[in-house]
Design a protein around this ligand. Structure first.
Ligand code: AGP
Length: 587
């Protein structure tokens, strides 16, 4: 996690670095800092968000680096904030240095002093130790000692007007135009008339009046410019108070665009890989993991292909048994989630084909996979994933429908085409959850229940609520509650039931009766209007009908809205929940 930026040019660097860092705060906002290079290195740091650095605006210098942090090693304090300085060097780092303790001990034996608890500070010490006048050579030498992941930006008092970069498993882009820039992500430095380059793992760069790129051996390389849609890259709230609400509102148009491109998604190579797969193994984290659970329901029901779904961080260390003809589908909005990348790498090493389903197509995961499909949700800024989840479902459902069609089961494609307009209707009716907010405001716990595909929506609704309202919450299979968790239901405990399956209606309603009998306040998200009339309900939202298998696409929307409105009512910024970051590039 963390965001790093760098600038070299003719303008004062401090306001430019702070402006760029602001746009990276979705990557972490525990602390921030900048370092400016003149004859010496001047540093300003703060705890909390980048706005705490306003006192740094007047700092002199036209070359500098900056950082916004999501703490991994050491508390979010000023002391642990980047940049880290040692003698002639200052460094900002995104990633994790796994062998930092050994390296630090080595430096301490030389009598060097450390000021932070971070894994990153050791990089500045090693640079000082190895530097013999050539910044790239020193950086190469240092990187050869590091295990883990890093995107690094470095300044040195011996190299005026220069920022040096290195990358390994953490994203880093360079922008040339109106100065030479670098950042962890395009939006930080997106502007018209700028050319962008993406650093690959093991590459280095030296930014001065221009950008020069080097391979792992220190040879100068020419890089092709990367595409950047400035419109898409520059985040705007379009009149909404928060990105999250804007992004929920964009769901229908995202699905509409995807629906038009339905066929184009499945290139012959992907069709072949899917068609030949005897088994599908999904790996992902968080919301993307829930999308995979929904995909499993669709692939198994429609195409009768056996599927397994594993949380990526577990997959990696589970010594997975990969069968012949198994296709691993790694799903990630950012394409930079370290756990998902590691799981996909392991699958590749063991001979499986990997299909990456990503929203960011120039991401690390997309780069290492055999096949890549873009969910095309557009940039998602809010930490809580919303429209990207729906877009992932749309793509995965389409793949399942395509596979089913190849096996002679037709008709699902037509149903998928209706989903964009049904999603639009669902956003409108979903606003009804605003009437529920008062019952959740001071709840000490909340339960989301459902069966089958409704259980997937319950899991995702629960994740949304906990991450942006900080209310403890669980998603449960409706039938499982009575095997233990029911003990936690008390007078007034909010329970949200999701019910879109005629087949399972009575069974889910049994769970509703059980929690109601124990004093719970029950809320229902359903496509079955008659169930919404139950007297046991405190609130109900009736969503359009789209069939049991595809239903999480719609039923999740009122749950996203519920989390959003409860978050706002509790005075939390839903776009930037505490302790979290949009892109989790560390293990
Ligand atoms: C979603 O609301 C969360 N912020 C989080 O669970 C996220 O889905 C997870 O970190 C995976 O991210 P990815 O899709 O970018 O891989």
């Amino acid at each position: 996690m963390c965001g790093i930026v760098g600038y070299v040019g003719n303008r004062r660097a401090a306001p430019l670095l702070l402006g760029a860092l602001k746009k990276l705060e979705y990557r972490g906002y525990d602390s921030a800092g900048i370092a400016l290079l003149t004859d010496e290195i001047a540093v300003k740091k703060c705890t909390g968000s980048v706005s705490g650095l306003s006192g740094a605006l007047q700092m002199a210098g036209t070359c500098g680096i900056g950082h916004t942090r999501w703490a991994t090693h050491g508390a979010p304090s000023e002391q642990n904030a980047h940049p880290h300085v040692w003698k002639r060097f200052a460094v900002v780092h995104n990633g994790i240095i796994e062998n930092y303790k050994t390296l630090r001990a080595e430096c301490e034996q030389r009598g060097e002093t450390f000021y932070s608890e971070t894994d990153s500070e050791v990089i500045a010490h090693l640079l000082e130790f190895y530097f013999q006048g050539d910044l790239i050579a020193a950086l190469q030498r240092v990187c050869s000692r590091l295990s883990g992941s890093y995107a690094l930006a470095v300044i040195c008092t011996k190299c005026p007007g220069t920022v040096a970069l290195a990358r390994m498993r953490s994203p880093l882009v360079v922008g040339v135009g109106g100065g030479v820039w670098c950042a962890s992500d395009m939006p930080a430095i997106a502007a018209k008339n700028r050319t962008y380059y993406t650093l690959a793992d093991g590459e280095f760069a030296l930014l001065s009046a221009r950008a020069v790129f080097y391979d792992g051996e220190g040879r100068v390389i020419q890089k092709k410019p990367a595409a950047c849609d400035a419109e898409d890259c520059i985040p705007v709230k379009k009149g909404y108070r928060h990105y999250m609400r804007k992004e929920i509102g964009e769901t229908a148009s995202v699905l509409e665009n995807r629906s038009r491109m339905l066929r184009a998604w499945t290139s012959p190579a992907v069709r072949q890989a899917l068609g030949e797969a005897r088994r599908l193994s999904f790996v992902a984290c968080g919301t993307a993991y829930h999308a995979c659970l929904a995909a499993k329901c669709a692939f198994e029901a429609l195409a009768r292909v056996p599927c397994s779904v594993t949380v990526a961080s577990e997959y990696r260390y589970a010594d997975p048994i990969l069968e012949k003809g198994e296709l691993v589908i790694a799903v990630s909005q950012s394409g930079e989630t370290a756990d998902t990348i590691a799981a996909a790498e392991l699958a590749k090493q063991r001979g499986a084909g990997v299909l990456a389903v990503v929203n960011v197509t120039d991401s690390t995961l997309a780069g290492m996979a055999d096949h890549v499909l873009s969910v095309g949700a557009g940039r998602e800024i809010a930490v809580a994933a919303t429209k990207s989840f729906n877009a992932q479902l749309m793509l995965l459902y389409s793949l399942a429908a395509t596979l089913a069609e190849a096996k002679g089961k037709r008709g699902y494609g037509d149903l998928l085409k209706e989903l964009p307009s049904l999603a639009s209707q669902t956003v409108s009716v979903g606003e009804g959850v605003r009437a529920w907010v008062a019952y959740f405001m001071s709840a000490s716990s909340v339960y989301f229940i459902g069966r089958g595909a409704d259980h997937v929506a319950a899991l995702e609704g629960s994740l949304k609520l906990k991450e942006i309202t900080y209310i403890p919450s669980e998603g449960y299979p409706a039938g499982e509650l009575k095997h233990g968790t029911l003990a936690l239901v008390e007078q007034g405990t909010p329970v949200v039931a999701v019910l879109t399956s005629e087949r399972l209606a009575q069974k889910t309603m049994n769970a509703v009766h059980e929690v109601y009998a124990r004093g719970a306040r029950v809320f229902l998200v359903t496509s079955l209007a008659e169930q919404a009339r139950s007297k046991e309900l405190t609130g109900a939202v009736v969503i359009p009908e789209c069939g049991e298998i595809f239903s999480p696409m719609l039923s999740v929307i009122p749950l996203q809205l519920l989390a959003y409105y409860v978050s706002v009512a509790r005075g939390i910024n839903p776009d930037r929940p505490r302790n979290l970051a949009k892109s989790v590039t560390v293990e």
